[in-house]
Design a protein around this ligand. Sequence first.
Ligand code: FES
Ligand SMILES: [Fe+2]
Length: 378
Amino acid sequence: MPEDGSNLIAMHAANSPNAFDLRRVGAHPDHWYPMAWCDELKPGKALARAFAGQPIALFRGKGGKVFALEDRCAHRQVPLHLGVVDGDEVKCHYHGWAYDQTGKCVDVPYLGKERLPNGVKSYPAREIDGLIFVFPGDPALAEERLPTGLGHSQDKAYKTRRLNRHVACHYTFMHENLFDMNHQFMHRKQMGSIKAKCIGRTHGEDWAEVEYTFSRTSGKPSVGEQVIVDLVRKRGEKKADFSDHMRIRTDYPNQSLRVWVGRDIKESDAPVLDVWLGYTPLDAEQRTNRTYGYLSVKRPPVPGLIDAMWPFVTWFTENIFREDQEIVEYEQQAYDAQGADWNNEVFPAIRDLRAVLARCGLPMDGEPVAPSRTFAAE
Ligand code: FES
Ligand SMILES: [Fe+2]
């Protein structure tokens, strides 16, 4: 049996033409993952969630603070989310054992408090920009890795909608799908014939970035696309002068997509479109994920225009995301049928991205991977 993580990945890649099997690389637990919208969890209530097969219960104490515990009572292993929140403690539904926010057992009603058993695991939990994040890994690393903000989702100069989908695929397919704008062909019903031109790519140890500009090769934009273009086009700018610049970035483990429009774009310019996405693996094999995100569109100067157009924006983006969801789920089904990663990746930007995801992740059957382990692009 190979001993280190890189050997394990090599082993799983033996049946695949790729240097490593990316679908055997788990999302690294030493990061913050979104688990619920803040307003889904009312004071005194609980939610059942999961990270890669670990059941996690989220609670909001009566005082409003969110805490996360292993969703298994230390007594008879039943889910703690069925329990009763009492102040900032939770009482298990079955025999009423009580746990505090750190998972310590603080009461066994029929024994008294003298000889209390061990409690349950707790996880760092934090509310950031309307989402509840949990840190499933080493709690000592949690504070330094807190996300600083989720795009422009809290900026009043933007109108923002939530993205929230249960997707039946490994999280790495999500990263690849967003990063690779060469799949505009699939969105032809929504956008007609659009051609993406890659105008740059760059990457580091735990991030990768790719930039595109788009041109129409034939046909007309759909109503939804035209509405978005009209909303974001600079005032006075002629249609013929319209130019866009898209930057997609994976900052492990999250992703962003930003668009700037017009000529002479400066680095300091605010994007007209800003999408933030986080992918939380659900099952132990990580063949499903919950995608949480925000899509923010910069408000044009005409008051109320964006609100009037918003149903079209919603309809258009939902159609696009539905097409993306269908195709990544087909990719997962092909992986499951073949038992290995047979993808034949030819686009250098995606090869950069795959290397980042392999380097930053954790082999699913393996020992923890040494930070010095390096994966070059395939
Ligand atoms: S199973 Fe939870 S208190 Fe008994
Ligand atoms: Fe897409």
